[in-house]
Structures are given as structure tokens and as C-alpha cells.
Design a binder for this molecule. Structure first.
Ligand code: ARG
Length: 458
């Protein structure tokens, strides 16, 4: 098959070489963006008097036909035409005749492909941020009903201090809020038009870049034509933001997996998001949480792959850059899929408040409270730490917890203890009293819920 760029060639490449160089297998995902970009470009060519109105109308009609066919899945792409841009241009010429060949006036595939990617990412970012907000809402809803549910808080995965379960869930809400902020901020760099940069140096035609930018809903244009066609920062930035988001999801996955184990039994993942075993009839595996944790690795991989691809590239376009697409598409699908699954998993999560409550009564996570108690009464905190440490040891030796020790043990440890310690040591009191800004105290958690609600409304 003849190539649209075949003029200076005396020999055609063999099919297997074409197949290796082609990107149509994956960049057909850009079909709508490519047509949208072409429509804007040709409209501009007409407005600037570069093509006649009649030519413009013919080309627009041809592009519309292609769009309809694309919607119906009727376009047949070919590897010989290498990529989405050449495939569509060839189809246009087949559809409307040689006038179709005028579409590419004052344009290069280099500014064309960059434009497509900007449009694509802009569209996808909207979907991703919507899905992110849905997950935030799910976390918020669970948090709202679990302000008074207590769960052991851990450091080093050792029981540390009890916290409100809502406080724990809201920690993830705020992580996602930062992720959202990063995606939204990146729009400034995504929503810029490279169109009109030409192959690398601009064009001799009297084009109007601001006009195409406006038609395509971009906020502005790239200042420098070389930068416009070489820049893939916006994709690296997306992959980096996606990696951070996946890291957050993965950490919550890890907790859900632990919490739903026999050892913890703090939560139960809904049947809809779990699977059984082909051999062990009793099993209920938290597959979706594990899979999202696993998929985090491929998103990191996509980030590193693109950074590595770009690191040695001289200006301007290099074919290496064709490698920017699969990782981006894959990340978009992975992130969207993970967010949807996650929202469902959180919405339907069963929380075993009773098991959590039991857990916070069967540990030493109220020990800090006791040290604070002594410190409040004037004992230097370091000394108080030592006194309480010894009491913990006494309790361990007796096989009980702090609340079970008789008052005589306390009296012996320090004359500063009063009987009110039995109230102070109650996990609920322990949590309620951590009322410093951003702490787990119930008042703080309620205030945080209000702030979170505000974020959801914005
Ligand atoms: N398929 C190419 C890509 O994805 C489009 C740009 C090709 N430009 C070129 N001069 N070969 O990067």
C-alpha cells in the first residue's frame, strides 16, 4: 500500500518492519481527539484564508463521516498507515478525494500527536477526578457513622494509642484531597495547545494558533514550537500524580487485607468484592484490595518507563516518543478501575465495631494517658514514662491490663495516683481527650467531618 510520505522512497518497507513501527494498535484510542483536532485545524485554515470555504466544508463533512463511522466501530485501521493520524488522513482522502490532502497544510504529525494527547488527558482527568471524589464521599460516609467507634492505632504495627475509626478513615480522605489538588493543578499544564508548532519550527502559513486553541477549549498555547512538540512533562506529571494516588490506595488496601483477616476481624469486605478458593471451601479472599495493591506496581513502572524514555532525547520529536502512549492509556484505565472498585468496596464495607472495641480494651494503648496523668500532676514526663513502664511490666507479669490492676499497685508506683485513673484509662476517655487540633478527640473528628463535607461540596 502506498505511504502518504512515500515520495522520496524507492523501496517499500517489509510488512513486519511496518508492523514493528506502527502505533495504530494502541493510538486508535485517540480517534476522537484526532478528529476534533483536525476539525479545529481546518476551521482555522479557512478563517485565515489558507483554504477556501468550499474546501473547508468538504473536509469537515469528510471528518464528520469518519467520526460517525468511528462511533459505530466501522473504521478499519491498517498497520501500513502506521498510526491514527495517517490512518484517518488516508481515510479522509479515500472518502472525499484529493482535497482531503489539504487538511495537513501547516501542520505536522508532531504537533498533531501532542495535541491529541493533551486533549485525551484533559478528558480523562475529568473522569478521574470525578471518580476520586466518589471515593472520598464513600470514605466520608463511613467516617460519619463511626466517630465513636474505636480502633487500635498502630505504630510499627504495634498497638500504640486508640483512635476513632472515623479519624483513621479521614486520614485517607485528606490524602485523596491532596491527590485531587495535584490532578487539578496539572490541568494548567495539560490544557495548553501545541497545535501550530508544526514539525518543530512553526510554519510559513499565516495560521492562527490562538484561534485553534480557543476552538479546542485550551487555556493558552505553548510559547515555543520546539518545546511544544518535544514536551511530555504533562504525561510524566500525570503518571507521577497517578503513582502517588495508587500508593495511597495501596496502603488502604493493605489495611483492609489485614483488618479482614481472622487475626484482626475488624472489617468484612462485601462478597461482591471478594473471591473464594477453588480448593478451600472456607476461604473468602480480599482479591480486589490485593489487586489494586498489585496494580500500583504497574503504574510506578509506567512512570519510570517514560522518564527513562525521555532522558536522553535531543530536541525535537524522536520516534522514541511513540512509547509515551501505552503507559499513559494503561495508567488511565488502571486508575479509573481502581477508584471505581474502591468506592464500591468502602461503601459496602461491614465494620465490626464490637471487635475493634474489644481490641482497644485488651492492650496497653492507654499507657501514654497514664504517663500524661502523672506529668500533669507535676512529675517530669521522662520519670512518668519510667513509672508507667514499670506498671505495664507488673500487669504483664500478672497477665492483666492496666485497668485490671488493683489500686494498691498504683499507690505503690506513685503517690500522685488517685482513683480517677480508672476513668482516665477508659479507651473512650483516652480518645476523647486527644483534643488538640487535628487529633483524634471526638470534637476534633466532628470538626474534621465538617471540613471534609465542605470539600465534597466544592
Ligand atoms: N505515531 C507517532 C507517535 O505516536 C506520531 C508522530 C509521528 N511523527 C513522526 N515524525 N514520525 O509518536
Amino acid at each position: 500500500m502506498t505511504k502518504l510520505w512515500g515520495g522520496r522512497f524507492t523501496k517499500t518497507a517489509e510488512e513486519w518492519v511496518d508492523a514493528f513501527g506502527a502505533s495504530i494498535g494502541f493510538d486508535q484510542a485517540l480517534v476522537n481527539e484526532d478528529i476534533e483536532g483536525s476539525l479545529a485545524h481546518v476551521t482555522m485554515l479557512g478563517k485565515c484564508g489558507i483554504l477556501s470555504q468550499e474546501e473547508v466544508e468538504q473536509i469537515k463533512a469528510g471528518l464528520s463521516t469518519l467520526r460517525e463511522k468511528a462511533e459505530k466501530g466501522e473504521l478499519e485501521f491498517s498497520v501500513q498507515q502506521e498510526d491514527i493520524h495517517l490512518n484517518l488522513e488516508k481515510m479522509l482522502i479515500d472518502e472525499i478525494g484529493p482535497v482531503g490532502g489539504k487538511l495537513h497544510t501547516g501542520r505536522s504529525r508532531n504537533d498533531q500527536v501532542a495535541t491529541d494527547m493533551h486533549l485525551y488527558l484533559r478528558n480523562q482527568l475529568k473522569e478521574i477526578t470525578t471518580a476520586l471524589k466518589k471515593l472520598q464521599k464513600a470514605l466520608y460516609d463511613q467516617a460519619a457513622v463511626h466517630v465513636e467507634t474505636l480502633i487500635p492505632g498502630y505504630t510499627h504495627l504495634q498497638r500504640a494509642q486508640p483512635v476513632s475509626f472515623a479519624h483513621h478513615l479521614l486520614a485517607y480522605f485528606w490524602m485523596l484531597e491532596r491527590d485531587l489538588g495535584r490532578f487539578e493543578d496539572s490541568m494548567k499544564r495539560v490544557n495548553l495547545s501545541p497545535l501550530g508548532a508544526g514539525a518543530l519550527a512553526g510554519t510559513t502559513f499565516p495560521i492562527d494558533r490562538m484561534y485553534t486553541a480557543e476552538l479546542l477549549g485550551f487555556d493558552g498555547i505553548y510559547e515555543n514550537s520546539l518545546d511544544a512538540v518535544s514536551d511530555r512533562d504533562f504525561i510524566v506529571e500525570f503518571l507521577s500524580n497517578a503513582s502517588m494516588l495508587m500508593m495511597h490506595l495501596s496502603r488502604l488496601c493493605e489495611e483492609l487485607i489485614l483488618w479482614s483477616s481472622q487475626e484482626f476481624q475488624f472489617v468484612e469486605i462485601d462478597d461482591a468484592f471478594a473471591t473464594g478458593s477453588s480448593i478451600m471451601p472456607q476461604k473468602k479472599n480480599p482479591d480486589m484490595a490485593e489487586l489494586i495493591r498489585g496494580k500500583t506496581g504497574r503504574v510506578y513502572g509506567n512512570l519510570f518507563s517514560l522518564l527513562t524514555t525521555l532522558k536522553g532525547l535531543p530536541l525535537a520529536y524522536n520516534k522514541d516518543m511513540q512509547e509515551d502512549k501505552e503507559g499513559m492509556f494503561d495508567t488511565v484505565e488502571t486508575v479509573k478501575g481502581s477508584l471505581h472498585i474502591f468506592a464500591g468496596m468502602i461503601e459496602t464495607l461491614t465494620v465490626h465495631a464490637d471487635t475493634m472495641e474489644k481490641a482497644v480494651h485488651q492492650d496497653f494503648s492507654n499507657a501514654t494517658e497514664l504517663a500524661d496523668y502523672l506529668a500533669t500532676k507535676g512529675m517530669p514526663f521522662r520519670e512518668a514514662h519510667e513509672v508507667v513502664g514499670k506498671l505495664v511490666l507488673v500487669a504483664i507479669q500478672k497477665g492483666v491490663f492496666l485497668l485490671d490492676l488493683p489500686f494498691s499497685d498504683y499507690e505503690e508506683a506513685s503517690s500522685l495516683f488517685d482513683k480517677d485513673i480508672y476513668e482516665v484509662l477508659q479507651p473512650k476517655t483516652v480518645v476523647a481527650r486527644r483534643n488538640s487540633a487535628g487529633g483524634t478527640g471526638f470534637e476534633q473528628v466532628k470538626a474534621a467531618l465538617e471540613k471534609a463535607k465542605q470539600c465534597l461540596a466544592d
